[in-house]
Each structure stands twice: as structure tokens, then as C-alpha cells.
Design a protein around this ligand. Structure first.
Ligand code: DGJ
Length: 544
């Protein structure tokens, strides 16, 4: 690691100069407080610079974390108003020769991120990248007998690394450990807030490894750790087939991959305990189909308990959401938002309608959300996606981030206390109601300027969303996009009606509200109307 030691002082000086005010004030010789997850009554917060933080993220393309590409990446980040960039670290470049580590690309990313006042999530493209091992260093690829691929049921090798060979695990553990050690040395101000371990691990084209080594492991008893974690103590000592029947192949693969990734994560965390997560190529959340029709071994929704038992060093198991419709999208959010798993969507994408799903994710308690491929020049893909080459595919995401960014800290805090609700427009549902004790917040889409003639019709495309947070008794934080928010007494038998005592537009800074103006008259008589501009309201209610 000679290179990293030489670089550290220059990077540290750069840090101090580029730190945002709050972080600079907190900085000590030991650095800024480490990011961490906290859980309270099943609600999660990612703490960054000492307070809950929402990742308004974006991921660059796979081959974009190079100095030649970074100008386009930062331009996209700026257009989108994101606060966190996700960018890969390539094992093949980080360890060009066994035991020689070159952190140049990592250092460049950190330095430039500081200059752009953006946090980083680094993606460790290690043993797995989309089920294959294409980012392993050349010296590993040249020795497949030491770092083997999976052998499929037919006896042929599959383009996927086997999780069952200690040499591959040891090589990955060592490299990841060095990466985390390096981050600890050069990043006391926590520009890097989280690290992804591997990328969409598992295998396509086979359910598991059927090599002789894997077969021998498969014939052994299921580890007691797993039977205990799954509440199957009664079956302890049984083989994989005896304990899991038709699911044995899939569960064996999930355990093997999770165990591997968990050990890589643990090695890195022992060096530098940043929050760690891994991401998943999902199975269909409504009609999954049999094993073998989706990537096998990653943290798909049916094996989350196996992953939790096998890889406790991972703070989060995250869904990469590329679903064809909103119903499936919402179902995935439900499946991964659990008391034992913070919801973080590290990749999402697809058609323009997905932009407003950031509101749906926040409504499920997400700590962050990030579209994939923010710097891709759309020209090549535009026709297939119904766009013109000059269109900015991420403009709608940018509009939403502009709305959420000013309230990011307070929304994150309210979310971690279970006092935040948010909704995304559904194409068939034009009114959504949020329940806050005696008050209901009613969100409607496709409204006319004055009054409500004809009722809400929905926006021409479902792009709307709203965020409502409970600030105190009868007091709310409200913002939204292409939506109207109104309040009513939840009890239909209540004799009175809601009255806006005061509606103030303003900013929330460090927990304090600073008023810009009072809304009244047309601005409140028909409900609170939001377009695409960022508007945050503090609303105090009464009834008469
Ligand atoms: C999911 C992967 O995790 C990304 O790295 C990228 O390959 C995208 N798929 C492409 O859609």
C-alpha cells in the first residue's frame, strides 16, 4: 500500500478545504463521526455527519469511474441535484498484480467528490459483477484452476465464479481489506458514506455449483447456524436435501454466496467500520417462477433470512429495482423494507415513470434511492425508450431531488421516528389518504387551479408525489410534486372542519424553520398546490 500512504496527506488537505460548513465544524483530528445505521422501533436512519441523512443518489455507468469520464458524471450529478454519487472500484485496476494495490482511481473519485460537495458510495466490483467475475484481475483470470468458475449440472463451466473455493475468497478478502484500510487512511471526513460489497452476486444459467468440491459440501449437514437462524433446530444435522427438499440447491447456493460475501464484508469492516450493503438482481416479486429462471444465490426476497444469518457484517440487503410496472415496484419496496433491513434502493431505472417512485420509496421508510447510469449519453438508447437524443432522461429525477433536497435532513429525522409519510401517484388512483391520528392528509392529482370541479383526474402521466411529516401536535411539514395536499379531520362524525391556522413557506435549516412568506387566500382556500418547483410548507391546523 505504499501508494496510498504517499497520497494521504494531499488528500487530507483537500478534505479540509472542501468540507461543507457543518462537517468542517465537527471535524477533529480523528475525523468526522463515522456514518452508521440506527434502528428505532423498526424505523431506520443512516446517520451522516451526526444526523439522519437521505441518499438522493445516482449511479454512474459501469465504465465511468475513470478520470476521462468523470467530467460527464459530475455534469449529470449537478443537473440532477444529487447529494451522493455511486461509483465502482474495479478490482482489476485496484490490484493489477497479486498484493500490489493501486488506489489512484479511488483517490481521484474522493478528491473530485469533495470538490463537487457530493458524498460517495463506492461499489466493490470484486468477485461478482452481475453474476460473472469479469472484474477479477487478469492474474486471476489466467489461473482458472485456482479461481474456478461454477460447473453447471451438465458438467460444463458457467460464466460465474464459484463461491466454494477458499483461494478466491482469500484473494477477495485481502483486496477488500486493503480498500477499506485505504479509505480509513485518506477519508477522515467521510466523503465515502457507504460501500457496496460485490455487485449482483449469484449465478445465471445454473442454480448452483455442481463441481466435485461443491458436491462434497452439498452432501454435508446444513450448518447448525443456519438451521438455528431459520428456527429449524428440529432438523439440525440433516443434509441440504433432507432439510430443504426441492429448495435445497437454491438455498445451498444462497448460503455459499452469502457466506463468501459476508466474509469479504467482515474483513473490510474490521479495518474500517463503514456501513456496508450488497445489491440484488431481483426475481419477479409477484410471479417469481422456479429457481433457475432468475439469478441464483443473491439476496432475492425468498432467501433474505439465509443472507441475514450468513452475512451479518452487511448492514443492508438492497434491491436493484428495474420492474416493468408500479405494482411490482411497490411490492419490491414492501419486501425489502423490514425491521431487520433498512430500505435502500441503490439502482433503479427504466421508463420515465420510475422517477416519481422516489416518493414511494420514502413512504416505505427508505434511507436512499438512486437511478442507474446517470451519465449515459442517451442518443443510442433514445429511440427504444421513446426519447429524442437531446432529451435528458433524468430531468424528472432532478426535479424531484430539487423538491426533496431542501428538506432532506428533517425528512430523514422524521422518517427515523416514524413520523413521515410519502406517496407516489398511481395511474389508476387519483386520491391517496395518509393517516396521522386525528388528521388525514389527502393527496390528489390532476386538480384544477381553483376549486375541484369534476374532481381530480390524475396527471397526464403519473408523475406526482407528496411528503407529509408530523412536526408536532397539529403541525406538519408538507411538500409535493404535481399534487394537491389538503387536511381533514379523520373522524367522519366530527362536527367541525379543518382550518388552516397558518401555512408558511420556508426553509428548514439544522432543525430550525425560517419563514419566507405566509400562504393564504387562493394559495390555501382549495388545498395546498404543488407544481414542479421546490416548495416546503409548515402547516398548523385547527378545527371549528
Ligand atoms: C444492474 C447492474 O448492477 C449494473 O451494474 C448494470 O449492469 C445495470 N444492471 C445495467 O442495467
Amino acid at each position: 500500500m505504499i501508494l496510498s500512504r504517499l497520497r494521504a496527506p494531499a488528500l487530507l488537505l483537500g478534505c479540509l478545504l472542501c468540507l461543507p460548513g457543518a462537517a468542517r465544524a465537527q471535524a477533529t483530528a480523528a475525523g468526522v463521526e463515522l456514518p452508521r445505521f440506527v434502528e428505532q422501533h423498526g424505523h431506520h436512519a443512516l446517520i451522516v455527519d451526526g444526523a439522519p441523512f437521505l441518499i438522493l443518489g445516482g449511479q454512474c455507468g459501469n465504465s465511468s469511474a475513470w478520470p476521462s469520464q468523470l467530467p460527464s458524471v459530475w455534469a449529470a450529478a449537478e443537473r440532477m441535484h444529487l447529494n451522493t454519487l455511486e461509483a465502482p472500484v474495479y478490482w482489476e485496476e485496484f490490484e493489477p498484480e497479486p498484493g500490489r494495490f493501486d488506489p489512484t482511481l479511488v483517490d481521484t473519485l474522493i478528491q473530485q467528490a469533495r470538490g463537487h460537495n457530493v458524498r460517495l458510495i463506492l461499489l466493490w466490483f470484486g468477485t461478482w459483477k452481475n453474476g460473472s467475475s469479469h472484474y477479477e484481475p487478469l492474474w486471476m483470470k489466467a489461473q482458472p484452476q485456482i479461481y474456478p468458475k461454477i460447473i453447471g449440472k451438465t458438467g460444463l463451466a458457467v460464466d460465474s465464479p464459484s463461491p466454494n473455493f477458499p483461494a478466491t475468497l482469500e484473494a477477495d478478502r485481502r483486496a477488500f481489506r486493503m480498500l477499506m484500510r485505504h479509505l480509513k487512511a485518506v477519508d477522515p471526513f467521510r466523503t465515502v458514506i457507504m460501500v457496496q460489497v460485490e455487485n449482483e452476486s449469484g449465478a445465471w444459467d445454473t442454480i448452483r455449483d455442481y463441481s466435485p468440491t461443491a458436491q462434497a459440501l452439498f452432501a454435508q449437514p446444513v450448518p447448525a447456524e443456519l438451521t438455528t437462524a431459520l428456527g429449524l433446530q428440529g432438523r439440525a444435522g440433516g443434509s441440504w436435501s433432507a432439510v430443504f427438499g426441492p429448495d435445497a440447491d437454491e438455498y445451498f447456493q444462497a448460503w455459499s454466496v452469502a457466506r463468501f460475501v459476508g466474509q469479504v464484508a467482515a474483513a473490510g469492516k474490521a479495518e474500517y467500520p463503514l456501513p456496508l450493503y450488497t445489491n440484488c438482481a431481483l426475481r419477479d416479486p409477484l410471479t417469481p417462477g422456479p429457481a433457475g429462471t432468475y439469478e441464483s444465490g443473491g439476496p432475492t426476497d425468498n432467501v433474505l433470512a439465509i443472507w441475514k444469518a450468513a452475512a451479518p457484517a452487511l448492514d443492508v440487503l438492497s434491491p436493484d429495482i428495474y420492474q416493468p410496472d408500479a405494482e411490482r415496484y411497490r411490492k419490491v419496496l414492501d419486501l425489502y423494507a423490514r425491521p431487520d433491513n433498512p430500505l435502500f434502493v441503490p439502482e433503479t431505472g427504466g421508463p420515465a415513470w420510475t422517477a416519481h417512485m422516489v416518493f414511494a420509496a420514502l413512504g416505505k421508510g427508505a434511507v436512499g434511492w438512486a437511478p442507474f447510469g446517470i451519465d449515459h449519453v442517451p442518443a443510442a438508447f433514445a429511440p427504444a425508450e421513446g426519447l429524442k437524443p437531446e432529451d435528458d432522461r433524468f430531468a424528472p429525477v432532478g426535479q424531484n431531488y430539487r423538491i426533496i433536497a431542501p428538506i432532506m435532513r428533517i425528512a430523514a429525522r422524521l422518517g427515523s421516528e416514524g413520523r413521515l409519510q410519502a406517496v407516489a401517484e398511481d395511474k389508476d388512483v387519483h386520491v391517496q389518504t395518509l393517516h396521522f391520528g386525528v388528521w388525514d392528509a389527502v393527496v390528489s392529482y390532476g386538480i384544477v387551479r381553483f376549486g375541484s370541479a369534476g374532481g381530480p383526474k390524475g396527471n397526464p402521466e403519473p408523475t406526482g408525489g407528496a411528503i407529509v411529516g408530523l412536526l408536532g401536535k397539529d403541525e406538519f411539514l408538507v411538500t409535493g410534486r404535481s399534487a394537491r395536499v389538503d387536511f381533514r379531520l379523520a373522524d367522519p362524525a366530527a362536527r367541525g372542519k379543518r382550518e388552516f391556522l397558518r401555512v408558511e413557506e420556508g426553509t428548514f435549516e439544522n432543525g430550525d424553520f425560517r419563514r419566507l412568506r405566509i400562504w393564504n387566500g387562493d394559495e390555501t382556500d382549495y388545498g395546498l398546490n404543488f407544481g414542479t418547483a421546490p416548495v416546503a410548507l409548515r402547516v398548523r391546523l385547527s378545527s371549528y
